[in-house]
Design a binder for this molecule. Structure first.
Ligand code: SF4
Length: 490
């Protein structure tokens, strides 16, 4: 019977069907996409930093993945009584590599599991550590305590990152020991699933996205129609309860079903076959816009280990903006942009450039304004000389998301989403399919890659052009949306 690693054990806890595929049809599980891979890579970086919490240790079986060989090298390393990174053990069909093992009094050890989250996630981290504890103690390791090392959410970088300040060590010995008793039964049940000839019959449910979005999500959910009950705006568990009653399509939701006003709009536009347009509300929204109207959008990077002084873990640091200015009604929009060039903290130049480009009067339109205003607030913490400017700017900011989040306009093609990428094509504007970079996460990853990695100059320049094209379309898209709304109410 194959050994369960801690990651496959956690998979099995989430869904037995996923576990079965992992061992019986692995080729049908899609490889992690770039976004997930970037999360894994960050986790690796954080893990390496955590090793410095317990210096003077050794990485066990560096670069070796054959479990038997890693276990053998672990046995040889244990006698050295130094911190061990990535030591491996097996017991009762379980196989675990411990992030850090620290020798303590006598012949005992402390187990330290490293996570790149900023808090303890009890439903994931505790079973993970309980599984390791079961395997390690079964393999003969005397454990004194178990710790979770997660990122300290109050950490602010000042100079080189001090791992003692960057991490918070939480003693989880007690809650973990309360869980270890069940682990052998869980392992046996999972091995039974793995050994079955056919995949288990598991229906879709909230577990498909909890604690992680399942890699088989697209496959298992593919039977649903595009306008399914799961596109209900803020539907929560309602989609599952409707599905249980055999209702898959939004349009099939009975008229007497209790829905929010917005959800009722969703169903009604499908039945009517045309969009919902609240003209008085849209007119009131558009009447607040004052020329020159500036359309503004930021792109940001937010790494687990902050790159710059004064930055917290995962704090979003702006590195790019696009600005389209429409000076008067009917005028062609004029474009301004900024894209950080060097590896230095982009914020001083970003703020200087933005203040120089934004008109001193008129409305400033953003999509989901709290994101841009939060970034500006954070920039002003670093650069307080911009406070008076920001104080005058804030009352001019108009959030173009609001009429869509309130479903003042709603087209069935939005499928329950008020995001700009859903709204723009639904209103007849262009989509993002023709662009190399099509979403903010990719923009962030690509900027990090070409700015801080070793990339040929020609490729770097190409990516910078792609970034300009992506961010530029976000603001041009807002110009188009306002234009379309104006036509709708005319
Ligand atoms: S999508 Fe849901 S039902 Fe399908 S394997 Fe994943 S968790 Fe299980």
């Amino acid at each position: 019977m194959p050994g369960l690693s801690k990651s496959t054990f956690l998979m099995g806890r989430q869904c037995s069907k996923l576990l079965w595929f992992r061992y019986n049809a692995k080729d049908q599980i899609p490889a992690p996409d770039e976004a997930k891979q970037a999360v894994f890579d960050q986790g690796t970086e954080v893990g390496e930093l955590a090793q410095q919490l317990f210096p003077g240790g050794m990485v066990v079986a560096l670069g070796i993945i054959n479990p038997q060989e890693v276990i053998a090298q672990t046995q040889a390393a244990i006698s050295k009584r130094v911190p061990l990174y990535e030591a491996a053990f097996s017991h009762h069909g379980g196989y675990a590599r411990a992030d850090i093992l620290v020798p303590v009094a006598g012949d005992a050890w402390d187990l330290v599991e490293v996570k790149s989250t900023t808090s303890l996630k009890e439903d994931v981290h505790l079973p993970d550590i309980a599984f390791q504890t079961f395997v390690l103690t079964g393999a003969g390791i005397k454990l004194r305590k178990c710790f979770l090392a997660h990122i300290n959410n109050e950490f602010v970088r000042q100079g080189p990152v001090d791992p003692q300040k960057f991490f918070t060590l939480e003693d989880v010995t007690e809650p973990v020991s309360a869980m270890t008793g069940d682990i052998p039964d869980q392992i046996e049940a999972m091995q039974h699933v793995i050994g079955a000839k056919a995949q288990p019959d598991v229906q879709i449910g909230p577990h498909c996205d909890s604690p992680y979005t399942c890699a088989l999500h697209d496959r298992c959910w593919s039977f649903l129609p595009e306008a399914s009950v799961f596109t209900l705006y803020r539907g929560g568990q309602k989609g599952f309860s409707l599905l249980q009653r055999g209702i898959q399509k939004l349009a099939d939701i009975p008229a007497d079903e209790p829905l929010t006003d917005i959800q009722a709009i969703q169903r009604d536009v499908l039945l009517a076959g045309h969009p919902h347009i609240d003209r008085p509300a849209l007119a009131a929204f558009l009447s607040q816009l004052e020329y020159p109207v500036s359309f503004l959008d930021f792109e940001t990077i937010g790494t687990a280990i902050p790159l710059f002084n004064g930055v917290r873990p995962y704090q979003q640091v702006p590195f790019q903006y696009s600005l389209h200015i429409v000076r008067k009604a009917g005028a062609e929009p004029e474009h301004h942009s900024f894209l950080a060039e060097s590896t230095a903290d982009p914020r001083p130049e970003f703020m200087r450039h933005l203040r120089g480009s934004l008109p001193a009067t008129g409305s400033v339109v953003t999509y989901n304004a709290s994101f841009e205003t939060s970034r500006l607030d954070e920039c002003c913490e670093l650069l307080p000389e911009y406070q008076p400017w920001l104080k005058k700017l804030k009352p001019r900011i108009v959030d173009l998301l609001l009429p869509f989040r309130g479903f003042r306009y709603y087209h069935p093609d939005q499928h329950g989403s008020a995001s700009m990428k859903a709204v723009l094509p639904a209103l007849g504007g262009g989509g993002y399919e023709h662009l190399t970079i099509q979403e903010g996460g990719a923009a962030s990853r690509e900027f990090l890659r070409v700015t801080y990695g070793k990339v040929p100059e020609a490729e770097r320049q190409q990516v910078r052009q792609d970034l300009e094209a992506y961010c530029g379309l976000d603001t041009l898209g807002m110009v188009q949306i306002v234009d379309k709304l104006n036509r709708l109410i005319a």
